[in-house]
Design a protein around this ligand. Sequence first.
Ligand code: GAR
Length: 190
Amino acid sequence: MALASGSGSTLQAILDDPELGPLVVAAGTDRPDCTAMTRAEAAGVPTFARALRDYPDRAAWNAGLAEAIASYEPDLVVLAGFMRLLAPEVVRRFRIVNTHPALSPAFPGAHAIRDALAAGATETGVTVHWVDEGVDTGPIIVQQAVPVLPDDDEESLRTRIQAAEKPLYVQAIRRLCTAAEPINTVENTR
Ligand code: GAR
């Protein structure tokens, strides 16, 4: 199952993969109108929305989200541009993976690409990792470096990062879905 908040290009890459697409039992969001859910619906995948504003507080939202996830009994929860921090109870209850557009631990958070440019980094990349209680932290599964070019702006760098990110994430999820043992070792492709 997948969770997404945005345009859903990462989710689309997963849905389009012949091995992974059929395994996606549902797609959930915190943003009911996001394009990611439109993409899931177009692929015939059940969707659900749990918006923060519909709950009295974050604890109740996390509980509501966790119940929705649990109802699908997923083996793996894949974050695909899901932009909210999950509570420890949620993180502990499910196997959750994330992809982040930076070489963690550098540039965590929602603006990793902008932050890498602002810091003058000459190299950034993608990190696929298990989700823990932190912001884009957790045991790293695989990383791939991406160069920052002198003329880059946020859009050009995002395009280059996401071109590397999609196959890296799809491949990592494939391995997680077929591995006999949980994969939690660092594999660095830099
Ligand atoms: C992806 O690049 C993903 O790495 C990033 O959001 C983008 C979602 O794009 N996630 C984070 O920044 C997590 N901190 P999409 O909506 O087109 O799939």
